[in-house]
Design a binder for this molecule. Structure first.
Ligand code: ZN
Ligand code: FE
Length: 259
């Protein structure tokens, strides 16, 4: 697996800098919502950006693209179905990219739900999943249906369990409060909460997670598990007939959850 640095932006965004394994001073920038902290990090660590990778069109993920391009003439990759500033390489499911002058290569997965054209970058033992999958949570449904999001999350959950998962926000601690409300007896989630609280107390990132860990702790990947279904039915006072119905109900429950 390749080495990845993080830059903090706004309240809780992460902008990821993926190092080229063949030349670690070269980096790909993922979801630069803000240019300034990225430019500072590049300079301070003497890094040379080779490309910008965007997962979706929200301002907190693309807001810094144009300012970075004023300093570096590099390509911008992003979803073909969304408006990304200065996009040079529109991407869709099944595309593979090899970033110029580097050993960095990724394949693309379409993961609609949070936005209609959201994509993720998978490669180098890692997945960069923007606002689709969070540790112990998932993105809100702004432009897609619960069905689409459920299919997108299932696609990510099917990646190898050692895959390192880099998402767009530091939401893990709050997400775990919800996860443990749904599954109070989930020992993996309990143990992870202890670790995450210690990390956050020191202001450390709780990411990357792994796909394997998320399968054990993330209720949004667990709508087929009987205890998750039962908890959701109990909360709603209603029988849920399908996995998608459980997922949709869980998402609505989380939307109104104040933990
Ligand atoms: Zn977003
Ligand atoms: Fe976001």
């Amino acid at each position: 697996m390749t080495s990845v640095l993080h830059v903090c932006a706004f309240e809780d965004n992460y902008i990821w800098l993926i190092r080229d394994p063949g030349a670690p001073e070269r980096v790909a920038i993922v979801d630069p919502g803000d240019a300034e902290p990225v430019l500072l990090a590049l300079e301070a660590q003497r890094l040379k950006p080779v490309a910008i990778l965007c997962t979706h069109h929200h301002g907190d993920h693309v807001g810094g693209v144009e300012e970075i391009l004023q300093h570096y003439n590099i390509p911008v990759y992003g979803p073909a179905r969304e408006r990304i500033p200065a996009l040079t390489h529109p991407l869709k499911e099944g595309d593979r990219i090899q970033l110029a002058d580097s050993d960095l290569s990724f394949s693309l997965l379409d993961v609609p739900g949070h936005t209609a054209g959201h994509i993720t970058y998978y490669g180098m033992g890692a997945v960069f999943c923007g606002d689709t999958l969070f540790s112990a949570g998932c993105g809100r449904l702004f432009e897609g249906t619960a069905e689409q999001m459920h299919a997108s999350l299932s696609k990510l959950a099917a990646l190898p369990e050692t895959t390192a998962m880099y998402c767009g926000h530091e939401y893990t601690e709050a997400n775990l409060r919800f996860a443990l409300t749904v599954e109070p007896d989930n020992h993996d989630a309990q143990a992870h909460q202890t670790q995450v609280r210690a990390q956050r107390a020191q202001n450390l990132a709780t990411l990357p997670s792994t796909i394997g860990l998320e399968r054990r702790i993330n209720p949004f990947l667990r709508s087929a598990i009987p205890s998750v279904r039962h908890a959701t039915e109990k909360h709603l006072q209603q029988t849920l007939k399908s996995e998608v119905a459980v997922f949709a109900a869980l998402r609505r429950w989380k939307d109104s959850f104040r933990g």
